[in-house]
Design a protein around this ligand. Structure first.
Ligand code: FRU
Length: 498
């Protein structure tokens, strides 16, 4: 009798899990008001930073800060999804749950090809996640050492996870903000490198085995923006257009961004495996919009591909918890390939939307005048052959809500003051500005997706990402200048086009 009862329970639990998983990927969902159609969003509830981005056996893994029980930030888990192209995603069950050591904050994942950790084998190398434990009890008790680093591993392509029994692997020296480890393999020194955000700077550690870590250096106490706490670092090499290899350090900061609140700065320099030396002390921003935060790059992209692929969280801590979406909260940016160029004004990082997005593109409609009707909510608008130093591109609807992207006085601007619903936060209705830094603007690409706008000048030289919440969809786009090319390319839904 007892056995029958148990079998029934197991059967019901399995059916329930199957139902949940098929609901997660059901094409009927993901169609709520403001739900992006070609950007990654969680199945439901809260999401923030991308975590553990790693490529393995043909799959891009995306883990993310997730609270499955509410649409506002709370006890953090790692949500999980996989994709073969960074565009179409399959949601998988939650990978990491909070445990006795705390919530699971941001971090990274690597493939331990040589099994340096001993957690797998060289035949089946472990996928290892390195993340921050945030102990809410220690925080509540007023301690200063409640953020530590832990690891977990998977031997089945990220489908199931085991936390390392010796966690934490890196204790806290008594600094409240001590988090977001980004780990990579240093082939020339045959060891792992971890870059960790520590309040107002980063620490660089090395390890032979992902378990024992040694502090090598600190960077940033007096360099870069210091209007807020440093978070979510990344450190990787890029080759500039002259074939010279430089190292790029990404660093998110909150608050203190150019539009207020959160933003991601970067430094360019040299790295000898232990110490990062910047070429200058200029503060540069990867994106001048208000809504690209905590972005980092994918680990283990095969050498034949060779791209440095980036994804950011499309929100800002100023209002992330109160944006007018309810079934889910937050989306990621479109995936972007990063490149570095050396200009007269110094090094610049470009972000270019990945060509994989083209699989979603319908036929481009070319306009013969300066206005076009919009019959979809997810599309790419391209303006080419720009000569003027001033130009306005306006998206509007019947309510006379308008989102304006403009070039004026050596600045790129997004004016979302009258773009739709801005009532949820007094920080939202604003004009955002980016310096053109001497670039002469010839082309602008604007990716719109129901509640976001991503503007790429000259295919990624200057970038601005903003959220926007028109109460009804924009129905018209118009350009102030007649002498430019204007085209509209509809983008298919990733939830329906697979
Ligand atoms: C960045 C951040 C990280 C932290 C995580 C918590 O947005 O504050 O520093 O690990 O979010 O969810």
């Amino acid at each position: 009798m007892k056995t029958t009862y148990l079998l029934i329970i197991l059967f019901l639990a399995a059916a329930c899990q199957q139902r949940n998983e098929s609901a997660m990927n059901s094409p009927m969902k993901y169609d709520e008001k403001f739900r992006p159609q070609y950007h990654f969003t969680p199945p439901s509830q809260w999401m923030n930073d991308p975590n553990g981005m790693v490529f393995y056996e043909g799959e891009y893994h995306l883990f993310y800060q997730h609270y499955p029980d509410s649409n506002v930030w709370g006890p953090m888990h790692w949500g999980h999804a996989v994709s073969e192209d960074m565009i179409h995603w399959e949601h998988l069950p939650i990978a990491l749950y909070p445990d006795a050591l705390g919530y699971i904050f941001s971090g990274s994942a690597v493939i331990d090809w040589k099994n340096t950790s001993g957690l797998g084998s060289t035949d089946n190398p472990p996928m290892v996640a390195i993340y921050t434990y945030h102990d809410p009890v220690g925080a509540e008790a007023g301690r200063n050492d409640y953020q530590t680093q832990g690891i977990a591993f998977s031997l089945d392509k990220g489908r199931s996870w085991t936390k390392y029994e010796g966690n934490p692997v890196l204790a806290n020296p008594g600094i409240i903000d001590f988090r977001d480890p980004k780990v990579s393999w240093d082939e020339s020194n045959e060891r792992w490198v971890m870059i960790l955000a520590v309040l107002d700077h980063v620490n660089i550690y090395t390890s032979p085995d992902l378990i024992n870590w040694t502090l090598q250096s600190e960077f940033g106490h007096t360099t870069g923006g210091h209007g807020g706490v440093w978070e979510c670092p990344d450190l990787f090499p890029l080759t500039d257009q002259n074939g010279e290899v430089k190292w790029v350090m990404l660093l998110s900061i909150n608050p203190g961004g150019p539009q207020g609140g959160s933003a991601t700065q970067y430094f360019v320099g040299d790295f000898n495996g232990s110490v990062f030396t910047p070429v200058d002390s200029v503060t540069r921003w990867i994106d001048y919009g208000a809504d690209n935060y905590a972005g980092v790059t994918w680990a283990d992209i095969p050498e034949v591909d060779g791209r440095r692929l980036f994804l950011g969280w499309m929100s800002n801590w100023q209002y992330a918890n109160v944006v007018p979406t309810y079934e889910w909260r937050s989306a990621m940016t479109v995936p972007r390939a990063l490149s570095l160029s050396k200009t007269e004004g110094g090094y610049r990082l470009q972000s270019r939307p990945v060509p994989e997005l083209e699989t979603l593109m319908g036929e481009a409609i070319v306009s013969h005048n300066s206005t076009m009707d919009l019959s979809t909510e997810s599309y790419l608008v391209e303006i080419t052959g720009i000569h003027d130093r001033s130009l306005e591109i306006t998206f509007s609807n019947e309510q006379d809500e308008r989102l304006v992207v403009k070039i004026a006085a050596d600045r790129l601007m997004i004016d979302r003051t009258k773009s739709g619903d801005t009532s949820f936060s007094e920080d939202f209705a604003a004009i955002h500005e980016a310096p053109l830094m001497g670039a002469s603007v010839t082309d602008i690409q604007i990716y719109m997706d129901r509640s976001s706008v991503e503007v790429f000048v000259n295919y990624g030289e200057i970038v601005m990402t903003d959220l926007v919440f028109p109460t009804t969809p924009y129905t018209k786009v118009s350009v102030s200048s007649k002498g430019v090319g204007l085209s509209l390319t509809p983008m298919a839904s990733i939830w329906k086009s697979k």
